[in-house]
Structure formats: structure tokens, C-alpha cells
Design a protein around this ligand. Structure first.
Ligand code: SAM
Length: 374
């Protein structure tokens, strides 16, 4: 899935705006076709991951097998498996030996499942596509409720899972030595918009003297979170169903550390939510807001070397973040790329002091804030 995207300098952008276009019509068609075919091949990758066919092919090592043998191994219908194998061979994912009519996955591609978070984005976002298209119409719906996105919780869990597995404990929390020390001795932590609780549970397992609260509005996500915590026998974590814009009244000044990972831009009422976050954080307490690593100015994003992550972020934003936030009709609709400058302004307006703005792992930007002592 190669997406040939070049970053543009401000000079090139301005040149294009004044009509100095260098790309021909043929080059344009060829570039867009390449991008689309890459994306369409991605649907086949997603099918192989969802059905478990890639797991089967990985388990074969480099042993070549016919579609019937692969279908038998997978316990699936041969006709579907054969179609998928052809699709994947055409996309240069699996290899095909025409002499023997057999397929295999070369060993250097056996790490394919590492791409699952990215790959599954396609079908899951596609699920909301037609509903979102309706929202564009002046007389169309204002947005799409979160519950209507089939398997969105799973996708969120997949992407957050990697961050939790590789970076949260190892790099992210140690980057705040003061918070890290307090987590060791025992504090109250609130994970806002915790989803299936991956981060809450990861922290609770590591810092057993601290007490963790995961809050979310999605009952199915919380059900999974509670199940996972119970399975691990964790007694220092609980999950609460509530709206961030309206948290329990007895939580004033309760928490030492608030963790808000890819949530703020999704909210319909972020100003109310920030007011509530300020209320529940103790004076002197710390707030970590992690948002998509984007600038508020489109031109600054177009200049970046990592343009692919901006395209990806827009795809999420257009098809999920924006319609979810706009759903109630008077929602803020910040969009996933509202950017670090706007986020900082909103935090300061809510009376947080922004201590640092740093690039975080996971294509995120970390705005670390404190609530000043009264
Ligand atoms: C993009 S997900 C992020 C989940 C998790 N923090 C992560 O990084 O994987 C946004 C989460 O915010 C939750 N959410 C959205 N609006 C909310 C609200 N008003 N109050 C509480 N949770 C909310 C959603 O249910 C969803 O689980």
C-alpha cells in the first residue's frame, strides 16, 4: 500500500496557488490510480486478517499449498479462499507458483499482522461512509452517533494497544518524573474516555499502589474493560459510565493525574468537558492531553515530511471524529486535526497551565498541563 505523497514547501504551495502547476493530467491520473489501488488492496489485507487466513499462511512457513489445502487448514470454503489468494497474489502480498498452482507467504512478510491497526481502518471507516456522505447535504443528518460505527471500539483498542504495549510505561510516563514518582507511591488517576480500558489497565498493573478510574460514555467498551480487569484480578481499578462534561459532583479536587488520550477533539462539548476536568483535578495536579500530532494551520501540515500520517488522520477525522462530535446538532466539531495551537489555547482558556508540548509516540502530540495552586 504505497502512497506516494510528497511534502510540499511553502514556496511550492504558494506557486500552485498562483497557477504555477508542474504536474500533468497524465501524472495526476497515474498518481491517484496508484493511491487507490494501494487502498483497494488493503481491503484484501483486512479480509485476510479478519478471517484468520493470514494466521494460517504464517503458520505454513514457506511451505507452498494449493487453495484447497489452505482452505482445509483454515476450515473454510475453498471457493472464497481461492478468490482471496488470487487477490493477494495480484497485490504482491502472497506468492503464487504457477507450475504447482500453490501459494505461500514469503517469510519476510510474516510480520504482516503488525499492520493490523492500520489495515483494519479501511473496512471499519468504510462502514460509516454512506452515513457520513448523507451528512454533507444541507438537509441531511447533523452527524453519526458513535454506536453506529460497527467495531470502532475494536479499532481504537488495536491502535491504543500498541501504544500501551510499547511506550506508555517505558517512555511516556517516565517522561514526567514528578508524576512517575507519585504513581509509585500511590495517587488517584483518571483515564478520561478510556474506551476498553487498555491504558487504564496497563497503568494499574504496573503501579499497584495507585488507584485508577476509567471513565467512558460507551457501555459496551466499559463492559469489556471491566471483564479484562476482573480476569487479571486487579483491585486498584474501576470503570465508570459518565459523560466527561458532567462528572460526579463529589469528584471535586479528587485526582492527582488526568490522562486524556485521543478524546478531546471527539467531544461535542469540549469547553464544558475542560471545565469539568479542571474541577476534578487537584490544585497542583497534572493533566496529559494527547491529541493527533497536527498543526492548526493546514499549510504547516502540508509541508511535513510525514504527510502520510496527516492523510490518515484526515480519513479518521472526516469519517468518525467530526460526525461523532457534530451529532447532537450543536456539537463543536473540532475535527481530529484541530491542532496543537488550538488545543493549547483551549486548555489555557480552561485555566490550565500548559507546561510542555512534545511529540508523543503513536502520531500524537502531548500537551502536559498543571492546574495551578489556588
Ligand atoms: C477515540 S476514542 C479513544 C479511546 C482511548 N482513550 C484510546 O486512546 O484508545 C474516544 C473515546 O471517548 C469516548 N467518549 C466520547 N465522548 C465522550 C463523553 N462525552 N464522555 C465520556 N467519554 C466519551 C468514546 O466512547 C471513546 O471510547
Amino acid at each position: 500500500m504505497v502512497i506516494p505523497l510528497n511534502n510540499l514547501t511553502k514556496k511550492q504551495l504558494r506557486g500552485m496557488a498562483s497557477g504555477a502547476e508542474t504536474e500533468t493530467a497524465t501524472e495526476f491520473t497515474s498518481r491517484v490510480t496508484q493511491q487507490l489501488v494501494g487502498g483497494i488492496a488493503g481491503i484484501g489485507l483486512a479480509m485476510g486478517m479478519e478471517t484468520g487466513l493470514f494466521d494460517v499462511m504464517i503458520s505454513m512457513g514457506e511451505n507452498k499449498k494449493t487453495s484447497q489445502e489452505i482452505a482445509d487448514l483454515a476450515g473454510m470454503k475453498e471457493r472464497y479462499v481461492r478468490e482471496w489468494l488470487g487477490y493477494m497474489a495480484a497485490a504482491n502480498i502472497t506468492n503464487f507458483d504457477p507450475n504447482e498452482g500453490k501459494f505461500w507467504l514469503p517469510s519476510h512478510r510474516s510480520n504482516i499482522m503488525e499492520l493490523k491497526g492500520l489495515v483494519m481502518t479501511l473496512p471499519i471507516l468504510y462502514g460509516g461512509f454512506f452515513k457520513v456522505a448523507e451528512c454533507f447535504r444541507k438537509d441531511g443528518p447533523t452527524g453519526v452517533p458513535f454506536e453506529e460505527y460497527h467495531k470502532l471500539d475494536d479499532l481504537i483498542h488495536l491502535t491504543q494497544g500498541r501504544f500501551c504495549q510499547d511506550q506508555l510505561i517505558q517512555e511516556f510516563l517516565p517522561s514526567m518524573p514528578q508524576v512517575h514518582r507519585c504513581l509509585e507511591t500511590g495517587i488517584h488517576v483518571l483515564d478520561l474516555g478510556c474506551g476498553e480500558g487498555t491504558a487504564t489497565i496497563t497503568m494499574a498493573r504496573r503501579f499497584f499502589k495507585s488507584r485508577f478510574y476509567g471513565l467512558d460514555i460507551s457501555q459496551p467498551a466499559l463492559r469489556t474493560a471491566r471483564y479484562k480487569a476482573a480476569e487479571m484480578g486487579l483491585s486498584n481499578v474501576e470503570f465508570i459510565k459518565a459523560d466527561i462534561s458532567l462528572m460526579p459532583t463529589d469528584w471535586t479536587d479528587k485526582f492527582d493525574y488526568l490522562f486524556v488520550h485521543f478524546v478531546l477533539h471527539d467531544l461535542s462539548y469540549p469547553t464544558k468537558a475542560l471545565r469539568e476536568m479542571h474541577r476534578v483535578l487537584k490544585p497542583g495536579g497534572t493533566l496529559s492531553v494527547i491529541e493527533i500530532n497536527a498543526y492548526s494551520n493546514l499549510e504547516d501540515n502540508l509541508e511535513r515530511q510525514d504527510r502520510k500520517s496527516i492523510v490518515l488522520a484526515y480519513s479518521y477525522s472526516l469519517v468518525t471524529c467530526l460526525p461523532i462530535s457534530l451529532c447532537p446538532g450543536d456539537g463543536a466539531g473540532l475535527g481530529g486535526l484541530w491542532g496543537r495551537e488550538e488545543a493549547q489555547k483551549a486548555l489555557e482558556q480552561a485555566k490550565f497551565q500548559v507546561v510542555s508540548v512534545t511529540e508523543a509516540c503513536n502520531d500524537g502530540v502531548h500537551l502536559m498541563c498543571v492546574k495551578p495552586m489556588a
